[in-house]
Write a protein that binds this ligand. Structure first.
Ligand code: HEM
Length: 497
């Protein structure tokens, strides 16, 4: 009996010894892999889980920032077994995305992006196809008046609809989210579909919800899990399934719009982006550029999604800041009263005469810092940035937030202070490193449109209303973690002036 027992113990020790030996071997291999790659500095990754313990799930962006503060503007982070490079600092991003623009234009492959959009569209596509789609989108936005009077008039018309709806709230407490989102969304709808929607249109709201579900997924924890275990996750329930279902429900709606356009479009006088795209499908002989109906659908989702959430969240931040800083609101209103008055609608040309208001809009964008996660890039060949090696194919995660909070550039980076954008004489001060729209060949193609919307909507609101807190309610200035960070839902009062 005792000899059987000692035999079993002996075998167990053999197995245990073998397992320990295997672990040591794997650990040595892990150390060798991490150190032999000559990657930029960063926290040491654990085998299999990488820097999960450094990142956590509750505030990934905050942890990215802390890591960059400790290890520098170019540092390495392991997402599971995959190394990624965090990049921040204005000079660093300029060196990578402007001076080496052709190396850093592509987006990396992610299973979730593949599943949602087949790698098509504008935001996450790469290579020749992305170049052609982007060139076309920029040319079409310009054709329909971005930066010109025609679009200015369309935005001013929407400003009137928004103000009328706010007026109907009669100064009582309300959440501005839906009205502001609808107004902003209608501008991109006008450009893409050729028409606006009524604010209570059910289809309009469904479309916004679907697109929101789709665009939130890639940066959510569900998206992270799907990227790590695509096959397993596709079998499990969760928010990723809601986003996949949203994509399926959205497609018939967009298809209907495309069919309507096909039926009544006039090639010689295109009315909107869809008309122009359908013409391009017929004209284009370059099959690699992929001007197809399927790609049209993904481009529309991207334009609609990127063009709605970002600008409407910025405007909601603007309202929250005006309520929180009534002295700033008062100064803005007084400048507008002097320069434009309360009856004439604002024009883009008024910018030069409204230095304080223009500075406030810049400070709103800086302080709100809405783009929490800039879409990642990938280098198409080995290169160096800030003296650090960036190997071909490794994911690069750019961070704009630390640049907008740079204490060398802004005297009080953590305070809402419009003086950051004013010189000693009260004139507007342009800052080279103010880059909320990013830089380089992939920078936001909607920058001009967004700037027009922010200026005209903000001034119209300030002309007609004073925004006040709701008695007994504390307004939080904490942002949500999302593709574009919004203020936590809040109620305010819009009291007609
Ligand atoms: C305040 C408003 C906005 C902000 C702060 C913003 C910011 C950004 C940022 C930081 C990027 C990533 C650039 C990069 O990868 O380096 C981006 C991309 C993009 N934005 Fe915007 N954006 C805004 C409004 C808009 C609007 C109104 C549109 C509609 C035309 C738009 C369409 C896009 C598209 C299509 C991309 C992807 C570009 C590409 O990958 O080539 N954005 N935006």
């Amino acid at each position: 009996m005792s000899s059987v027992f000692s035999q079993l113990i002996g075998q167990w020790l053999d197995v245990q010894g073998f397992l320990i030996f295997l672990c040591v071997l794997l650990l040595v291999k892990h150390f060798r892999d991490v150190y032999s790659k000559n990657m930029p500095p960063g926290p040491f990754p654990l085998p299999f889980v990488g820097n999960l313990t450094n990142i956590g799930f509750s505030d990934p962006l905050g942890s990215f920032q802390r890591i960059a503060e400790k290890y520098g503007d170019v540092c390495t982070l392991y997402l599971g077994t995959k190394p990624c490079i965090l990049m921040t600092g204005y000079e660093t991003l300029k060196e990578a995305f402007v001076e080496q623009a052709d190396i850093f234009t592509d987006r990396p492959y992610f299973p979730i992006v593949d599943k949602l959009g087949n790698g098509k569209g504008l935001i996450m596509s790469s290579g020749h196809m992305w170049r052609q789609q982007r060139r076309f989108a920029l040319a079409t936005l310009k054709y329909f008046g971005v930066g010109k009077k025609t679009l200015e008039n369309a935005i001013l018309q929407e400003c009137r609809f928004l103000c009328d709806s706010l007026q109907a709230e009669r100064g009582l407490p309300f959440d501005p989210q839906h009205l502001v989102t609808n107004a902003v969304s209608n501008i991109i709808c006008g450009l893409v579909f050729g028409h606006r929607f009524e604010y209570d249109d059910h289809q309009f709201h469904l479309m916004q919800t679907y697109i929101n579900n789709i665009l939130q997924l890639p940066i959510s924890n569900w998206g992270r899990l799907y990227n790590e275990f695509p096959t397993l996750m596709s079998l499990l329930p969760g928010k990723h399934q809601t986003a996949f279902a949203s994509m399926s429900k959205l497609q018939p709606f967009l298809k209907e719009e495309i069919i309507k356009h096909q039926q009544d479009r006039e090639p010689s006088s295109p009315r909107d982006y869809i008309d122009c795209y359908l013409e391009e499908i017929e004209k284009c002989k370059d099959s690699d550029a992929e001007f197809t109906e399927e790609n049209l659908m993904f481009c529309v989702v991207d334009l609609f999604g990127a063009g709605t959430e970002t600008t409407s969240n910025t405007l909601r931040w603007a309202l929250a800041f005006m309520v929180k800083y009534p002295d700033v609101q008062e100064k803005v209103q007084s400048e507008i009263d002097q320069v434009i008055g309360q009856t004439r609608q604002p024009l883009m040309d008024d910018r030069t005469n409204l230095p304080y208001t223009y500075a406030v809009i810049h400070e709103i964008q800086r302080f709100a810092n809405i783009v929490t996660f800039t879409p990642p890039r990938v280098a198409n060949k080995d290169t160096t940035v800030g003296g650090q090696l960036i190997p071909k194919g490794v994911i690069v995660l750019p961070m704009l937030k630390p640049i907008l909070l740079d204490k060398k550039e802004y005297s009080t980076p953590y305070d809402f202070n419009p003086a950051h954008f004013l010189d000693q004489n009260g004139k507007f001060l342009k800052k080279e490193n103010f880059i909320p729209f990013s830089i380089g060949k992939r920078m936001c193609p909607g920058e001009q449109l967004a700037r027009m919307e922010l200026f005209l909507f903000f001034i119209s609101l300030m002309q007609h209303f004073t925004f006040l807190p709701v008695e007994g309610q504390k307004l939080s200035l904490k942002g949500t973690t999302s593709v574009s960070s919004a203020p936590q839902p809040f109620q305010i009062r819009a009291v007609p002036r």
